[in-house]
Design a protein around this ligand. Structure first.
Ligand code: GDP
Length: 445
């Protein structure tokens, strides 16, 4: 997955640090060197890498580390901070016009994922109580209008497209008419899909720029395929000069891009990453949170996104109860099982597991993870007595053996489940209290 290798490399780097107490300048330099290599191998732009490692080094040699109780963890914290910074710092939300409609224009190369994004964004806005209109200004690709109509239908959002014979071939006119149509029909947001080319070219830029002038958008979102690696930076710069944009959308983050584009683009363009696209379906889309992405890269897990998605799928009351259980240490194996079963209803289980902390080390298991895992978990938990489920601490050797026999599993499998439960409970407890979760194996940050 994107960032997989980078995460592993950084984890290895920190593993070496962990065994050290005080850090010498040589330790810091060695670490910084490894981080630099890991970032370069992940296709992060050289300038960004230099700035990043420069800041990490300076801070790592300073007081905040030498005076820290645990210098190694402090270094991880610094790397985390700096990752958040290069990813854009604060999350940036869409800005809505004071006087509707809010006009959002999409720009990017062909195949970047603009049309798909138009559908995702429309669906997301609609869910949020808006009344979006899609405008088909991509008249380059023969099938683009049709494709937008398909995603519009999936999203339940109307599409403004040129009538045959009326303005066909003039994307600027279609965009302008589309916005006017939205004003008349009181749509509160307009998403203008524009044409892309396979590569950056002058004509493309001019057209996009003309559309921009014609509709005076509140947001121009530059959509970039995270898989294009090193080319992302040059492409982004070309669009910055040719069209200019207010925010970036990273698409195809579900692929196995090395992540360099994501890490370079905000610094290089000075524009925030606002959304991430993570699949072909209209729901594979989320607002981009620099801090959460940084934790994901550092494998701290993306607990906040997990909780947020959970809240969207279950009622808030339930979520509140669970959070309280975590905080007060009364989270039981029954709750754990319930959570797993609920995860099943939340789309791709593998994706969700990928967001859980500590999963970096469990990559193999993750790959093999399937629904049967839930069935096994069910079997084990159901072979426990109520007392055992409520208070797993009483699970001694003979109880575990009995449970293994009862569920048809091995004691090792029972142990693994109990360990996983304990880790999850501990991690969630920290988060519920508003703390930073432990980095697996490193003790509290
Ligand atoms: P456009 O030319 O910029 O409008 O790009 P499209 O929206 O047509 O997307 C090009 C291809 O990429 C299509 O096959 C999409 O299904 C696919 N695609 C778009 N976004 C994503 C994404 O986030 N992940 C994956 N895996 N595929 C995507």
């Amino acid at each position: 997955a994107t960032f997989g290798t980078l995460s592993d490399r950084l984890a290895d780097t920190f593993k070496n640090l962990r065994t050290k107490g005080k850090l010498s300048a040589a330790d810091v330099d060695g670490t910084v060197r490894e981080i630099r290599r890991a970032l370069l191998d992940a296709d992060v732009a050289l300038d960004v890498v230099k700035d990043f490692t420069g800041r990490v080094r300076e801070r790592a040699l300073g007081d905040e580390v030498s005076k820290a109780l645990n210098p190694a963890q402090q270094v991880v914290q610094i790397v985390n901070d700096e990752l958040v910074t290069i990813l854009g710092g604060q999350q940036r939300r869409l800005e809505f016009a004071k006087k509707p409609p809010t006009v959002i224009m999409l720009a990017g190369l062909q195949g970047a994922g603009k049309t798909t994004l138009a559908g995702k964004l429309a669906k997301w806005l609609k869910k949020d109580g808006h009344t979006p209109l899609l405008v088909a200004s991509d008249l380059q690709r023969p099938n683009a209008v049709n494709q937008l109509q398909v995603v519009g239908e999936q999203a339940g959002v109307p599409v403004y497209a040129p009538e045959p014979g009326n303005g066909v071939g003039d994307p600027v006119k279609v965009a302008r008419d589309g916005v006017r149509f939205a004003e008349q029909k009181l749509y509160d947001t307009v998403i203008v899909d524009t044409a892309g080319r396979l590569g950056v070219d002058a004509e493309l830029m001019k057209q996009a720029s003309n559309i921009r002038k014609a509709v005076d958008p509140d947001e121009v979102l530059f959509v970039i395929d995270a898989m294009i690696g090193q080319d992302a930076v040059a492409t982004a710069k070309a669009f910055l000069d040719g069209v200019d944009f207010t925010g970036v959308v990273l698409s195809k983050l579900d692929g196995d891009a090395r992540g360099g584009a994501a890490l370079s683009i905000a610094s290089v363009t000075g524009r925030p990453i606002m959304f991430a696209s993570t699949g072909e379906g209209l729901d594979d889309f989320e607002p981009f949170h620099p801090d959460r992405m940084a934790s994901r890269i550092l494998d701290l897990g993306d607990i906040l996104t997990l909780i947020e998605q959970a809240q969207q799928n279950f009622d808030e009351e339930e979520a509140r109860k669970v959070a309280e259980k975590f905080a007060t240490d009364s989270f039981t194996l029954d709750d754990f099982l319930k959570q797993m079963q609920q995860l099943r209803g939340m789309g791709s289980i593998k994706k969700m597991m990928g967001m859980l902390p500590g999963m970096g080390q469990m990559k193999e298991q993750l790959q093999n993870f399937d629904e049967r895992e839930i069935v096994r978990t069910e079997a084990i938990i159901q072979s426990m007595t109520t007392a055992e489920r409520t208070n797993p601490k009483i699970l001694n050797g003979s109880r575990r053996l009995r449970i293994a026999k009862g569920s048809g599993m091995t004691v090792t499998e029972v142990n693994a489940l109990v360990n996983r439960f304990e880790q999850a409970a501990k991690m969630m407890k920290t988060v519920a209290k508003g703390g930073v979760p432990n980095i697996p194996g490193m003790g509290p940050v």
